[in-house]
Every structure is written in C-alpha cells, then in structure tokens.
Design a protein around this ligand. Sequence first.
Ligand SMILES: O=C(O)C[C@H](O)C(=O)O
Length: 505
Amino acid sequence: MTVITEADLIESVADALQFISYYHPMDYIRALGVAYEAEQSPAAKDAIAQILTNSRMCAEGHRPICQDTGIVTIFVKWGQECRLDSTRSLQEVVDEGVRKAYLNPENKLRASILADPAFTRRNTKDNTPSVMHVEMVPGSTVSIDVAAKGGGSENKSKFKMMNPSDSIVDWVLEMIPQMGAGWCPPGMLGIGIGGTAEKSMLLAKESLMGAIDMAQLKARGPKTDIEALRIEIYDKVNALGIGAQGLGGLSTILDVKIFDWPTHAASKPVAMIPNCAATRHAHFTLDGSGPVYLEAPKLEEWPDVNWTPDKAAIRVDLDTLTPEVVQTWKHGDRLLLNGKMLTGRDAAHKRIADMLAKGEELPVDFRGRVIYYVGPVDPVGEEVVGPAGPTTATRMDKFTRMMLDQGLLAMVGKAERGPDATKAIAERKSAYLMAVGGAAYLVARAIKGSKVVGFADLGMEAIYEFEVSDFPVTVAVDAAGENVHQLAPLVWREKIAREGLLVGA
Ligand SMILES: O=C(O)C[C@H](O)C(=O)O
C-alpha cells in the first residue's frame, strides 16, 4: 500500500499551481510560435506577438500570464493501492494546496472564486474550492492533472443533446462564430462526445489536458475516425477567419482534442469547451516518495518575439480627452493611452445600476472619463499593480447605455461588443477600444499608478483609477458604429477561401 501524505499532496498541488501561473505549456508556445510565423493578418500577428512576449516575461518574472488566474480544476486518477494519510477529505487537502499557491506572497494570484453564486457572490479570498474529479484506477500511484481555467473561455462552453444522425462538424461550425472572441483565441477546443450530458462535458474538459500535437497528426495522417474528425474540425474552424482575438486571421485554434464514450441509442450528447491563450495545465504523479516539483522550461525555448508599442500609433491624452477627439478615431486605429483611466467590471457595473435605480450618488464621476474593464492581480514587490489584462466586454453590454448616460467617453476591454452596445456607442458617438486578452503582465507595464476610488469591498472588482503611459489599444467600435470584430473575420474568411491559404499553425 502506497501512503500519500497530506503534506506531499498539498506541496505538489501548490507547486503545480504556481508553476502554471507563469509557465505556459511548451507545446502551446511552440504551436503559437508557428502560428505567429504563418500569420498574414497584421492585427492578429500583433496580438500573437503580445501574447508571446507576455508569456516570456511571465516565465522570467514568475508572475501570472493572465490577471484571471483561473478556477482550479483537478483530475485525479487514484491508484487503488494508495491511501491518503489524513483525517481530512481529499477535497479539503487539495484545497489546502490551492490556498497555499494562491496566497503565496512572492507571486500572489488573483482570488476569483465567489461563493453563493446565485445571490451574494462573496469572494472566498483564497480561490478555493477547486473543482475536482476523482477516478479510482488500478495501481500504486496517484496521477494528477492540475489546470487553472480562465473564466472567459469557460463562459463560452457549449453543449447539445444531438439527434444521433446530426453532424458534429456542422454544430461546431455554427457555435464558433457565436462564441465570439471572449475565449481569447488562438487556443484549443476540447470536445466530448457520448455518455450522458454531464459525461460529455467532463470528456471535453479532460481532453484539454493533452499536449498540442495537431502538426504531428497532420504530418502522419489520421489513423482513426476521431483523428480524422479532429483534423476536419481544425481546418474548417480556422477557415472561418476569426483569428487571434477575433481580429481576423489564419489561426483561430491551435488544436482540437476529442474524447468519446459509449452512449444511449437515442442520444448523441456533444460538449465543446475552449481553452484560452492562457492555457494552463500540468501533470504529476505521486508515488509516496515525497512531493513533486515540476521542472522549469528553458527560456531559450520561447520564440524570439519581442513586442514593442507601434511607433505609428496615435497618442491619446486621457486627461484632456473630448468627445470631438473620440469621434476622430476610426475602427482599426492603434492608440496609445496616456493619463488617468477608471476601471470597473461585472460587480461594479451591477452595483452602479442598483445605486442609480435607488437614486443614490455614485462614488465616482464618470463624465469625460474612459473606463477599463479589468480585475487586476494584487501587486507584489515594486509593482504598482499586478497583471491587469482586459476582461470580456460583452458582459458589460447591458450596462453600456447606462454608463454612457453618466457621461463616459469610451470603454476599454477585450473581444467584441454585441449589437445593442454597438448601437449605443454609435448613437452617443462614443468608442470601444480593445486590448489584447492574455497579455496581462505586458499590459500592466503601461500602468504607472493605481488607487481604489470606489467600492473597495469588491476587491479586484473595485473601481480603480490607473495612471497609464502608452497603454496599447485598438479601436474596435468607432463613433460611426463600425465594428472590427464583425468586419475583419469576414474579410479573412473570404481571403482564405479565395487564395486557398493554409490555415492554422
Ligand atoms: O476575469 C477576468 O479577468 C477575465 C475573464 O477571464 C474573461 O476572459 O473575461
């Protein structure tokens, strides 16, 4: 009987979570490097350059790849000849490891988990509990996959109970455009086919724990129907031209993973879960001999890509910004923002709406201001703020009109805006600016000052005032309502079809 001690499990889980917070898996970095070389869309290439540069900076600086340090998801294969030496449950012991990792003072990670999700949504403050799936297997070791799944990509998960004769490829191609860019492409698609409703979801999620091997698979050719399906979905999704961050381009996905399971004669459940640019997972095996520490990758393995701000970009002074200046910006323009910018995301917007409904005075005057949708990581050491990349703007769509009514001039976030928000932006001659999701540490370098100016109790969801210097954004919706996320993928889809471009990495 192998004895697994509490201490070994806690230490190994904590080490793996710290590790994946700043080291991308190398298979992802290699595939993204190939996608970068192949990319022909300047906007998508710039976004991939930011993600690659950010990744290397995080590996060097041991700080999180993304401000969203994820919901911890753990797959445990527990050997039947192993015993956990603890009076606590496996969930409690694993969560002790999560707590230790997320509260590590040298690299404090963002606490994103809220208890009582339907009502008070209270932050648990240490990112616990994790979501754990345990399977008993033959053997005398414990094998663990640890992942930290970003909320933006998790939000785009899809499920369908198909008729047995329905086409999986058709459904995927219908879903991908609906998912927009909030899942931070280029990433991976995990697909689960069969079993029951919940089993297919688990299969999809577990499939994402695998390494990216699409190039090798395509080179050797498919040997099974599932492999052929992976290639077909990979090629057809990339041919949609959505591209990095939805900016139009050749690489929307870097791989498709598929797990399947026998199902009922009446059913064909299919689940699809995307993994974002902040792909984070690691694997280790405990054999009773002590904790496992993962081996650091070599920095030379990162592609030699060093993003710097575009010198031709338009410099904007936020402190003297006027509606007239906002109206001169055209969709696709690159801007470098300078001066003071407010922040606010889901909880702050909801509270503003509640306060306005009650006729209460807001803690912040939004007139003439720009708001950045972000929930930053707390700073460590000399930092003024930790990694602070944009959150998905679409979730703030329902509040856009309300915020523009408060005198807001423009918004900064990631991914597309929906039709209502785009219409409101055009009516008020405002603008929506897009920063690159998955480049949070790089973006945070442009933030020179940070203070909380409202709703301090909301933690990372409070309203901050950032002082920024050359903060890079692209005009995604301009005052005329022109929207890059609608226009660019169409252009690239047609170009790919017309020129027969080789898509993907
Ligand atoms: O929570 C965040 O910071 C970002 C979120 O993962 C998102 O992609 O919208």
